[in-house]
Ligand binder design. Structure first.
Ligand code: BDP
Length: 704
């Protein structure tokens, strides 16, 4: 009998846990009951209804979201009414009103005037109302006092996700399952997740999505696929999101049956015009084209002796008369063992500044190589006064531990956006280049390579969600700090308890510096495993191209380590403004986080810290591992304070991270020691494996 009761009890307990478990699918839009009773009461007292004063789809979405959020947060459903339907007073209501209050800078901005007796959200457009609604919900989720006035407008016009999703459902550099887009089901079945995706994006102000990989298949331009993309665009539209398509430059040949794709050929131009017209029959508000051309084997105008501007301008011409734009990527580099990939994009594009059509934006990765964990800002930022430059960040963690390492990327985005380019004298930050204020760009764009996938929680690692969130918030306003975003996200996603929130956001802020320490300390870069880009392979010396190896970048030899980009060698430093050069050309005075990006230094070179290069490097590797162990310990102490499923999920991933931090440390120490011939600094323990052992670990990834 006792045994039976206990059995039943266990089932009940497990059941109640199962009920409570959170699979993360709601992201930061949780709307769980507010635990603070006093606050909850005042919210439900203040807002008994939501009043709509216009009838657009987007305003309806805003009103319904507010009602949904209030129901979840307070347990009570408010009425949703339109002003036309009702002569109800506006007291105890959230009123959505079209208008243009002072201080609202553009169509997507809004003003919220909130009190305990009701709130009015006013915006020039229904999109502004939607953003205002989400901003208000965020205030409630984070338990902001109800009396406030808040005006906000986005600083960048096009804030978009770039999906590297393929037609067959795979995702290039995606680590959270397969693509969220079900191309084989579309247009007949609309996966409900499309709506969740649209809500999540709208909630942080993302208003664009290019839906397919930049290594693009022409299939996306076939009529069959345009019907599918139209179905996606129809779902996105009420949420203020425009759809963009990545195009394959060779499409006139592969799809159109032409024998060239030369951008100056009249038939090719006519083909793109007709295709663009066809797209607009399906998607009247089409966002535009995203193009990777003459990069990593992709076709492009240079195949026909033409320039990037010739290619981009042809597409711009096809888009004339429509709203859409051409986003042309600057991620180009050629295989030259004696060159410096760092300079390649700058050198190819700089002579073209001023020759692009008004509809063209050139999209530049945050750093000059390729989304490495800590890159100096790309030297193109600040150097293109006549061509709008878009920022391309990577949200998916290609070089940042995929979905097993805890790395909150907010600080990385922030660091880049806040760096001074000195383009127009001091105080000319990268953020101001991108938001157009520095050079008066007519169009502005910030893009993030998406980390979304079919995993229940969208991003694999629960903290991957925070990177999507942080990207959106910074694309809206690059002056926000990574720390305030971390706190906000944690409150909305993980806990309403201040102590837990503080602890978690502190862990988030420490996570990236820790990752950098055990992988790429002191500005080392590009030493990851070949192809998969996971784990260390500093010994990689042979690959399809010299600039896909590791030795090309770290240049470790008996005489020292690092890539000399000063005037003595590649002189990439010269691409920056003189003030920036000054900041980085003296190893005695510079930020050590960028050291190996610009200098090749002897192993026993004395740094200003008093440590030699070798000792500093090794100390950082060892510290990195220790810090992961601390992260692990501190996370584990949160057991019982965070939803069980999320807690266990992160805990498991941290265990992998701990093991792999050691892998990075041992691999780099044992490999570099071959050149430095120096011992570990005193107090650091020898690894209990050999260089061959760690080399074997990497080999596993290439077994068939
Ligand atoms: C690199 C990725 C590759 C992408 C490329 C790009 O390894 O998969 O296609 O960037 O941005 O980071 O085009």
């Amino acid at each position: 009998m006792v045994r039976k009761t206990l059995g039943l009890l266990t089932v009940l307990i497990l059941w109640s846990f199962a009920l409570k478990a959170d699979d993360g699918s709601r992201l930061w839009l949780k709307y769980d009951l507010l635990e603070n009773q006093a606050y909850r009461k005042s919210v439900s007292k203040a807002f008994k209804k939501v009043i709509l004063t216009d009838n657009s789809e987007t305003s309806k979405v805003a009103a319904n979201e507010l009602a949904f959020a209030l129901k979840g947060l307070t347990g009570k459903s408010p009425l949703v009414v339109t002003a036309l339907q009702s002569d109800l007073s506006t007291s105890k209501a959230i009123v959505l009103r079209i208008g243009r209050p002072d201080g609202v800078e553009n169509e997507e901005g809004f003003e919220i005037i909130s009190s305990k007796k009701g709130t009015t959200i006013t915006a020039p457009s229904s999109k502004g109302l939607l953003y205002g609604a989400f901003a208000f919900i965020r205030k409630l989720q984070t338990q902001n006092p109800l009396e406030f006035t808040f005006t906000d407008s986005p600083k960048v016009q096009i804030r978009m996700l770039n999906h590297w999703d393929n037609a067959n459902g795979t995702v290039e550099r995606g680590y959270a399952g397969s693509s969220i887009w079900k191309w084989f089901e579309l247009p007949y079945r609309i996966d409900p997740r499309y709506i969740q995706y649209a809500r999540a994006n709208a909630s942080v102000g993302i208003n664009g999505a290019s839906i397919n990989n930049v290594n693009a298949s022409s299939r996306f331009l076939t009529t069959e696929y345009l019907e599918k993309i139209k179905a996606v665009a129809d779902v996105m539209r009420p949420y203020g999101i425009k759809v963009y398509i990545s195009v394959n430059f060779r499409s006139p040949r592969t799809l159109g049956g032409l024998d060239t794709s030369d951008p100056l050929d009249p038939e090719v131009r006519a083909w793109w015009k007709a295709k663009t017209e066809e797209i607009h029959r399906f998607i009247p508000d089409f966002g535009g084209y995203l193009v990777k051309a003459n990069s990593e084997g992709e076709p492009g105008p240079q195949d026909y002796g033409r320039t990037h501007a010739d290619g981009a301008n042809m597409l711009a011409d096809a888009l004339k008369g429509y709203e859409g734009v051409v986003i042309w990527r600057a991620f180009v580099y050629k295989a030259d063992p004696n060159g410096d990939r760092f300079k390649e994009a700058y050198n190819q594009f700089k002579p073209l500044d001023g020759t692009f059509d008004k509809k063209v934006i050139v999209q530049v990765k945050n750093g000059p190589i390729d989304f490495m964990p800590r890159e100096p800002f790309h030297p193109m930022f600040g150097a293109f006064p006549k061509t709008p430059l878009a920022m391309e960040f990577q949200i998916t963690q290609e070089y940042l531990g995929h979905s097993t390492h805890f790395t909150y990327l907010g600080p990385m985005y922030e660091e880049t956006l806040d760096t001074d380019t000195y383009a127009n004298g001091p105080g000319s930050t990268v953020g101001e280049v991108v938001d157009g204020s520095l050079h008066n760009y007519p169009v502005t764009v910030m893009a993030g390579v998406a980390n979304t996938g079919s995993d229940a929680n969208w991003t694999g690692h629960p903290f991957g969600q925070s990177n999507w969130y942080a990207f959106g918030r910074l694309a809206w306003d690059h002056t926000l700090t990574a720390e305030e975003i971390a706190t906000e996200w944690t409150k909305m996603t993980l806990s309403q308890d201040d102590e837990v929130v503080n602890k978690v956001s502190d862990l988030m802020m420490r996570s990236l510096p820790t990752y950098v320490k055990y992988t790429y300390p002191l500005g080392l870069h590009h030493m990851m495993g070949e192809g998969h880009h996971y784990g260390p392979q500093p010994w990689l010396a042979k690959s399809g191209r010299p600039d896909w190896t590791s030795v090309y970048y770290h240049r470790a030899a008996e005489d020292g380590i690092g890539f000399d980009r000063t005037g003595k060698m590649s002189d990439a430093l010269e691409l920056y403004a003189p003030e920036v050069q000054k900041k980085w050309n003296d190893p005695q005075k510079m930020d050590l986080n960028y050291l190996m990006w610009f200098h090749h230094l002897p192993w026993d070179y004395k740094l200003p810290s008093g440590q030699t290069v070798w000792n500093e490097l090794m100390t950082r590797y060892y510290e990195g591992v220790k810090e992961v162990e601390e992260l692990q310990k501190e996370w584990n102490s949160l057991g019982g304070k965070i939803d069980r499923e999320t807690f266990e999920n992160v805990k498991g991933r941290l265990a992998i991270q701990q093991k792999e931090a050691l892998w990075w440390r041992d691999a780099c120490y044992l490999y570099f020691k071959e050149f430095s011939k120096l011992p570990l600094p005193s107090g650091l323990q020898e690894p209990n494996r050999t260089l061959e052992d760690v080399k074997d670990l990497e080999k596993i990834y290439h077994l068939r």
